[in-house]
Design a protein around this ligand. Sequence first.
Ligand SMILES: *[C@@H]1O[C@H](CO)[C@@H](O)[C@H](O)[C@H]1NC(C)=O
Ligand SMILES: *[C@@H]1O[C@H](CO)[C@@H](O)[C@H](O)[C@H]1NC(C)=O
Ligand SMILES: *[C@@H]1O[C@H](CO)[C@@H](O)[C@H](O)[C@H]1NC(C)=O
Ligand SMILES: *[C@@H]1O[C@H](CO)[C@@H](O)[C@H](O)[C@H]1NC(C)=O
Ligand SMILES: *[C@@H]1O[C@H](CO)[C@@H](O)[C@H](O)[C@H]1NC(C)=O
Ligand SMILES: *[C@@H]1O[C@H](CO)[C@@H](O)[C@H](O)[C@H]1NC(C)=O
Length: 454
Amino acid sequence: MATNWLPFLLSLLFLSFPISLQSLQNMYEVDVHSLMPSNVCSSPKDNKPRLRVVDRYGPCSTLRQQQGFSHEQMLSNDQSRVDSIQGHISAVSGGANKSDPFASSKTIAQYGGSFGVANYIVSIGIGTPSKNFTVVFDTGSDVTWIQCEPCQRYCYQQLEPIFDPSQSSTFANVSCNSDPCNDVGYACLGSSCLYGVRYGDSSYTVGYYAEDTLTIAPDVISHFRFGCGQNNNGTFGAVAGLLGLGPASESFVSQTSYKYNRIFAYCLPALSSSTGYLNFGTDSNLPNTQRTPIFKNPSSQFYYYLNMTGLSVAGKSLKIESKVFSKAGAIIDSGTVITRLPPDAYKALRSEFRKGMKQYKMAPSFSLFDTCYDFTGLDSVLIPSVGVQFLNNVSLDLDPNGILYVLDISQVCLAFASNRERNDLGIFGNVQQRTFNVVYDVPNGYIGFSPEAC
Ligand SMILES: *[C@@H]1O[C@H](CO)[C@@H](O)[C@H](O)[C@H]1NC(C)=O
Ligand SMILES: *[C@@H]1O[C@H](CO)[C@@H](O)[C@H](O)[C@H]1NC(C)=O
Ligand SMILES: *[C@@H]1O[C@H](CO)[C@@H](O)[C@H](O)[C@H]1NC(C)=O
Ligand SMILES: *[C@@H]1O[C@H](CO)[C@@H](O)[C@H](O)[C@H]1NC(C)=O
Ligand SMILES: *[C@@H]1O[C@H](CO)[C@@H](O)[C@H](O)[C@H]1NC(C)=O
Ligand SMILES: *[C@@H]1O[C@H](CO)[C@@H](O)[C@H](O)[C@H]1NC(C)=O
């Protein structure tokens, strides 16, 4: 039997050899199990981070005992965030209720971003003596805030004790008649400045704007301004609050410009079971950095805009008219999970990706995803590489964990989604950014990427 097959197998091997060699360069052979997070935390590289970044529901997180979202809930929250960024939901309005300033989300001014599922956390120190708090970091938000005692209406459960300003010798309120208050404030209560943020998924935080010493070891930043939230509720999980890394005037990046010169970088881990980092200052650049300009959008001071210019699958550039991208525009966001593409760009990507995945059994669509595969029983799979191009000839070859989103071994999906309208803003989301050192160099006007950084 075997001898009958041998010539055939040899000819097959011989004939297909040049072809498979060629295509292998643009394909990843992926161990199916390497796509699944493990229950054990691993730190693959010792990059001596300033702040260690972990997925808030993964095994490296101190919050891991918290129940994570289901995939369905998480992806639906992601869509709420995208809707809010794209302006599909109406801005929050309604007058401040001066007799009850902490009352509800009705009293909230809209300022920057949306919370959604911003799922990467770091630990920062606040107050004197400094106490550590676990917070989400988000380039799509500007105001930093933490829950504060005494809670006026409602504070959600968090891991660490809630920050108590009366225990800190350096705490002070930001006065009502000041520029910072004008930038974030909504109303004055006596001489205190009220702030409020409502996120795309209806989560909110309301309180007064304050300042205290912020410790990001070994650095100590005095008079750092943040929201002291006395009424907070939503999809915050058990984090103490949020570190706002957006570009607007009151963000962490702007407030610390005298120290870090508006330069920071992060690396988001490949899996929820490994760790990444967040660094500040000039040592954020790594060798092999590809740089694309930050586009200064005259109509928005929020978000980091960049110009997406193309896509490739298995090394082949897709034919997408450049106006498809330029009409929509795009931002890079650490808080949006799944990259959103203009409909015509997504269709081209999907079609070429499906061609490269023909040999695998398709699985049902799920939430944002319409291109899913069943890898049951397979040890390894061959998947086409996916490249994303940005202005200035920047071309990123995504990590396999930035191409596929694993719901389950029987449902592994292409981790991109289509926008509804042609002119909806494109968003380069955090799954696709995994394992790159992503440096935001605001004074020099670029975002840089270097691969395999964590
Ligand atoms: C303002 O808050 C007070 C106290 O909760 C409430 O009695 C009053 O009805 C509110 N006014 C408005 C306009 O919502
Ligand atoms: C706070 O975090 C820093 C840096 O991770 C650590 O060195 C310090 O021991 C922590 N402090 C407390 C009180 O846990
Ligand atoms: C800050 O303002 C809040 C709200 O008005 C007030 O409750 C608190 O006592 C003030 N704290 C300080 C230190 O002035
Ligand atoms: C907080 O939000 C949850 C839903 O996210 C809701 O069920 C709960 O009633 C809210 N609590 C308060 C006090 O508003
Ligand atoms: C970059 O994108 C914006 C839209 O966000 C567009 O107005 C601008 O012309 C683009 N710049 C270049 C150089 O293509
Ligand atoms: C863009 O990059 C490609 C491949 O890295 C290179 O061949 C090409 O010369 C570059 N073009 C420009 C204008 O730099």
